[in-house]
Ligand binder design. Sequence first.
Ligand code: PPS
Length: 293
Amino acid sequence: MDSSTRGVLFDFHGVSMTRYFTDNWENVQNFQARPDDILIATYPKAGTTWASYILDLLYFGQVSSERQSTIPIYNRVPFLEIMIPSVATGKDQVDQMTTTPRLIKTHFPVQFVPKSFWEQNCRIVYVARNAKDNVVSYFHFDRMNMVEPEPGDWSSYLQRFMQGKMVFGSWYDHVTNWWKKKETYSNLHYMFFEDMVEDTGREIDKLCSFLGLTPSAEEKTRIVGGVQFDNMKKDEMVNYSTIAVMDFKISPFMRKGKVGDWKNHFTVAQNEEFDEDYKKKMRDTTLQFRTEV
Ligand code: PPS
């Protein structure tokens, strides 16, 4: 993989996308969900891997430690819409899964989710992260991931984020439209990255009550410990170090895992401009984020 593999943004049904997530569109839209499938939906860099690992441990942590020590998280929780040359498509991976429930990752905005998930009334876990830390994390990810568009410099990247010209489109539309979906679809659990950082155990409890799971106190302690940033960072099976398209010399996948790292990136002027624009874009939603904990 080199710079020629980098995706190019184009408008796809009103959302900025690259071909890696639209080439399999028909098959993905025709995906047949099962009632017990669980969809983990996020805007990129909002805590997908963290939530995926928590869910995987909740369902399969007891059953097999071999799963945890030999199967990378991106294969335990396939990425539904991905289609990268010479790699199995996410959709085929899901179709071949033998475990129940099937845990499935997506970054789709809500209107792109294949209709069978709604028809089957699948449980959906959505994780959202405050815009400022989200864009910082996305910037470093786009620097190191050779299938992402060239990020350019930070200030132009930030402008593009504000314009929604990112893969999977506008953060503002993504988080608010998923939030709105809760009004009409009750099997949706909306989580916040900041809450997970503040109190992982509390958020796992809430998640368990949504999922109808009752792990033992011991099991819960083990999971809360296992999913802490430092543990995930050194675990090859969840830190993405086994993926060829990512250059960890540029930036690691498990980068900082903090709330508030945006303060190390935004200038005072950028912050003021961002806040002003944010107020306008988020005027019509009840959704609230914390940019520090
Ligand atoms: S992706 O590529 O969209 O699937 O990325 P995603 O997993 O959503 O987001 C990666 C960011 O989540 C951070 N992360 C964590 N933070 C705290 N604790 C834990 N356990 C954890 N696991 C993942 C990861 O470090 C990325 O954020 P940044 O800010 O870049 O560090």
